[in-house]
Ligand binder design. Sequence first.
Ligand SMILES: CCCCCCC/C=C/C(=O)SCCNC(=O)CCNC(=O)[C@H](O)C(C)(C)COP(=O)(O)OP(=O)(O)OC[C@H]1O[C@@H](n2cnc3c(N)ncnc32)[C@H](O)[C@@H]1OP(=O)(O)O
Ligand SMILES: Cc1cc2nc3c(=O)[nH]c(=O)nc-3n(C[C@H](O)[C@H](O)[C@H](O)COP(=O)(O)OP(=O)(O)OC[C@H]3O[C@@H](n4cnc5c(N)ncnc54)[C@H](O)[C@@H]3O)c2cc1C
Length: 664
Amino acid sequence: MAGVDYLADERNKAEFDVNEMKIVWAGSRHAFELSDRISRLVASDPAFRKDNRPMLSRKELFKNTLRKTAHAWKRINELRLTEEEANKLRFYVDEPAFADLHWGMFVPAIKGQGTDEQHQKWLPLAYKMQIIGCYAQTELGHGSNVQGLETTATFDPQTDEFIIHSPTLTSSKWWPGGLGKVSTHAVVYARLITDGKDHGVHGFIVQLRSLDDHSPLPGIIVGDIGMKFGNGAYNTMDNGVLRFDHVRIPRNQMLMRVSQVTREGKYKQSNVPRQLVYGTMVYVRQVIVSDASYALSRAVCIATRYSCVRRQFGSQNGGAETQVIDYKTQQNRLFPLLASAYAFRFVSEWLKWLYTDVMQRLQANDFSTLPEAHACTAGLKSLTTSATADGIEECRKLCGGHGYLCSSGLPELFAVYVPACTYEGDNTVLLLQVARFLMKTVSQLGSGKKPVGTISYMEQAEHLMKCRCEVQRAEDWLKPSVILEVFEARATRMSVACAQNLSKFANPEEGFSELLADLVEAAIAHCQLIVVSKFIEKLRQDIPGKGVKQVLGMLCNIYALHILHKNLGDFVSTGCITSKQASLANEQLRSLYSQVRPNAVALVDSFNYTDHFLGSVLGRYDGNVYPNLYEEAWKDPLNDSVVPDGYHEYIRPILKQQLRTARL
Ligand SMILES: CCCCCCC/C=C/C(=O)SCCNC(=O)CCNC(=O)[C@H](O)C(C)(C)COP(=O)(O)OP(=O)(O)OC[C@H]1O[C@@H](n2cnc3c(N)ncnc32)[C@H](O)[C@@H]1OP(=O)(O)O
Ligand SMILES: Cc1cc2nc3c(=O)[nH]c(=O)nc-3n(C[C@H](O)[C@H](O)[C@H](O)COP(=O)(O)OP(=O)(O)OC[C@H]3O[C@@H](n4cnc5c(N)ncnc54)[C@H](O)[C@@H]3O)c2cc1C
């Protein structure tokens, strides 16, 4: 039955122009064309096959990743791909690898924290992959608490060198991706010590392995930290352990943009904030928000297509059973995730703009927007990765039993994705950074310092503290101004309540510690407001294509009203809405589900994912699930023989023994 489109009826129901939506999703026509071309290139290359991953042992898996990464690098050079194209190629190869850390953290760390001379020396080597680097910050004993790192970099004025040392077991670097088996170099974060004085954590470029035979350099112990969650999944990555025994590096390998050590051993700080040492994390958190929209959209694409194929109950007179997507429960679980994928896509676009803007300002020595950029990247990284990890698991359940098969693509997607809630900053720890920012903003209200950017709503704090929601009919919930006001009022009231409770403590740090759970909730309310407001802003733009804006409007409302429904406690207890208005919101949500339903498959087609990238029998573009699922089962190594290995040793003796017992 090759070539039959089992989802054709679903596609015909769409009320909008899918090709235009593909461009909206990609961000521009250029981005769409590039992404489309590169995804097909990867899908058509057998060297990038990935369906066998769950069957491979760790060693085979890792070697396979090395082979693919080398092949990708070869293709990037042969085809003379641009940086943008090369990044897309790595994205569509879809296998966590050391190169992610090389390009995603090692190079950005040198770019962001190195001087011009350091750029000139190290970047050409890194760009040509003549050295391969990783980002070695976390230690066995300290991850979240960066200021608690123990590795030392002590300046020796005699030799003009730093001595990098791991004084304790807990100071062993632990987790850096690419470190375990591949990286030749690392940006190592260590406490800088000059003349007996500790200046806190700074970054240093350290060579780890010989460029001739890859053996660790003297004084360096390095290896992989072991198997991680899920078979396949993130085990393609060599997360590593690293110990230094008085390893000497030249002075000019300290990254010296933020602060310098002179030949005489004097410590000097540039006129840039010390937090720029954390700049690579801000950059990566912003990338992670974008990745969240891709990971969630993949899971949603699989669950949506399969929910249209899958039928259960409701057959009349021998006719077809009901498509499970038509159950309101399925819609109530699936459509908010579909809406979230789009919401995260748009907020990530905005965050990328914010990050670029901050970088331009930093070049001009304007550091004023750095705190907001830190709060936004930290908060949105936390919000979107938590929602995506939960969303992928929900999609697995939405696919029933078949979702638990590796061939659904969902178990591996979940296992690969879930550490995003921890890496690049534990999600709770990051929300507490947002909460600090919010408490500072509240404390400055009325001081004449105007809140700007994403926090500018607090300028209307007086109004937002007492305003009443005007919704009287379900349709009133479709007004963007109504939605914005209730989200702003809820965020303001939760922050102000925290600030008031904090003020009851004589010691603010003690108060902060006592109120951590409330502070996290206030931070989440603020971040959800940002996502909602950026979706609404997107809809204010000119969006061409028949029906595209209308269907995006439905998704925006679903996102906002679903968040409202899930957090009713906050909205009602802060007096932002009444329980009657809450039930009107629910009524509106049900109606929105019915409106989105005919567009569901077209909305996931708009992600433009190839079957190779999706890696899911359930999410196949043609919807031809059952024959392929059946065929896939026979490929399992267990089915290589009809009688399994072990029959003679373990099954037969039991069976024979039972026969003897039965005769007695
Ligand atoms: C694309 C690549 C592929 C992805 C693969 C990802 C692989 C994973 C890699 C990693 O995980 S790398 C390691 C990542 N580690 C972390 O994220 C650690 C998390 N911890 C921290 O970031 C910090 O320690 C902290 C939690 C922010 C606390 O830092 P510190 O104790 O120094 O700060 P505070 O005293 O709380 O705050 C001081 C002051 O500084 C502000 N601030 C903190 N961080 C930043 C920042 N990044 N940028 C700008 N400003 C920052 C903070 O808000 C405070 O401001 P004030 O309140 O004093 O105004
Ligand atoms: C797959 C993966 C890849 C990684 N890659 C890298 C890498 O390339 N380079 C690198 O340097 N690191 C890397 N890491 C390390 C990662 O950045 C850290 O694991 C992360 O920052 C969390 O730190 P932690 O492990 O110390 O967690 P902990 O801080 O020990 O967290 C444990 C628990 O304590 C809670 N907690 C901690 N502090 C507070 C607080 N102040 N208030 C309230 N609760 C708190 C947390 O919420 C969490 O529930 C990676 C980690 C993983 C899992």
